[in-house]
Design a protein around this ligand. Structure first.
Ligand SMILES: *[C@@H]1O[C@H](CO)[C@@H](O)[C@H](O)[C@H]1NC(C)=O
Length: 404
């Protein structure tokens, strides 16, 4: 063992013994301090949250869910300090999560060590449960989190990974099971491997597309509204029957907390797909959005195009089927399923928020849409005028029809 490795290992030993003597009451939520509400045990939860907030609100929603969970007596968010405090969900941390402690740190810092991170959290801080929605690889802060979790002897280490690491073969079954081949080189896989090597009680979730009331990432669903409200065609690759799991962040959060229902089963299974069980097709999303925006079904102009010829262009989802279902989580963790549906959410808040963000009036490039819509037609428009001209005046250089 090299000297630096030895020094690091001994630091961990010190951390471990320090945390082992943290008096249990110092981990409890203040309002649970009275004798009448004493729990059989105290359990402190730590959410490690990336600068985007987890699409951007997983950490926020998870903190809410955990605050209401009987097993958890205190919740701390370790927030990457590169987040934008004036944006959602960060601006709601103080008002909506009054009992949650928020600690900031440079989680993108490759030179972050376990010792430095422990100091930031407080010398005596120790946690029983960790949810990590920040570490991109087992380096810097990522490694530090794992090493601290080990020193704290956590009961569960839940990692929020991504279904994006799946590499389904041509004949793969859908929804993709947890056994689907993955991109071995992905940082998130390396993180999983490091956590396993360290002997952490790892549970790793692979979520897919997420939206929610406090999200700061809207491009998936906005893609549909951007075209619908402008009365423009929607270029959708293939035949539009490809399925999709689009999940409300509140439902993702309840799924991320589900390992608390059966910790042993969660650790034994280790990998869980994460998303709603209400799958929708690419075309269905268009009709649901139209309905929410009060647009007639027959005004929806879907332009199915040959994905081999034009590629993905601006379409926000994959060209082919790529979706997961939460069957394993339901079976092994007793997750009761989503409480939200895309249809209701589009009507109750999403369309309104799209308008409030200036969606219908913002400037946008439509050149790719134009290429596909015009190019996938067998004949060019006769006079070179296009449905796009009123928004993005591309003057079509269509050769004049030969004189007859
Ligand atoms: C956090 O959650 C989001 C939403 O699923 C995801 O995109 C991101 O990769 C997650 N994990 C990490 C480690 O940042």
């Amino acid at each position: 063992m090299s000297l630096t490795r030895w020094a690091f290992a001994s630091t961990l030993v010190t951390l471990f013994s320090a945390s082992a003597f943290v008096p249990q009451h110092s981990r409890s939520k203040s309002h649970h301090g009275s004798a009448a509400t004493t729990h059989l045990y105290m359990s402190a939860a730590l959410i490690v949250q990336n600068k985007g907030g987890g699409h951007g609100e997983l950490g926020f929603q998870l903190a809410k869910v955990l605050s209401d969970n009987d097993k958890i007596t205190s919740v701390t968010i370790l927030q990457d300090d590169a987040c934008k405090d004036s944006a959602e969900p960060f601006q709601s941390y103080a008002t909506d999560l009054p009992d949650v402690k928020v600690v900031k740190a440079s989680l993108g810092d490759e030179s972050m060590t376990a010792t430095a991170l422990q100091d930031i959290l407080g010398k005596d801080a120790a946690f029983d449960y960790v949810w990590d929605n920040a570490s991109k690889s087992p380096k810097g802060a990522g490694q530090a989190i794992c090493d601290l979790a080990k020193a704290w002897n956590v009961k569960l280490f839940t990692y929020v990974s991504s279904a994006g690491m799946y590499q389904p073969t041509a004949d793969a079954p859908f929804p993709m099971p947890e056994t689907t081949p993955i991109k071995e080189s992905a940082g998130q896989n390396q993180f999983d491997q490091y956590a396993i090597q360290q002997g952490l009680p790892l549970v790793t979730f692979r979520p897919q597309y997420i939206y929610g009331p406090k999200a700061n990432k809207h491009d998936y669903i906005d893609w549909y509204f951007d075209r619908l409200v402008r009365e423009l065609p929607l270029p959708i690759p293939g035949d539009g029957t490809q399925k999709l799991s689009l999940t409300n962040a509140e439902d993702v959060a309840s799924l991320l907390a589900a390992p608390l229902n059966d910790e042993a089963a969660a650790i034994a299974q280790r990998v869980f797909n994460c998303g709603t069980d209400q799958l929708v097709s690419y075309d269905e999303v268009a009709y649901l959005c139209a309905e929410a925006a009060g647009i007639d079904k027959d005004k929806v102009m879907i332009e199915h195009y040959d994905a081999d010829m034009f590629g993905k262009a601006t379409f926000p989802f994959r060209m082919t089927d790529f979706y997961v279902a939460p069957d394993t989580a339901k079976e092994k963790l007793g997750w009761s399923g989503p409480l939200h549906s895309l249809k209701d959410d589009l009507q109750s808040f999403y369309y309104e928020s799209y308008v409030a963000r200036g969606g219908p009036t913002k400037k946008m490039s439509l050149i790719k849409d134009w290429e596909i819509t015009v190019g996938s037609k067998t004949s060019l428009p006769e006079y070179g005028s296009s449905i796009y001209d009123k928004f993005d005046p591309i003057i079509l250089e269509v050769p004049a029809a030969p004189a007859e």
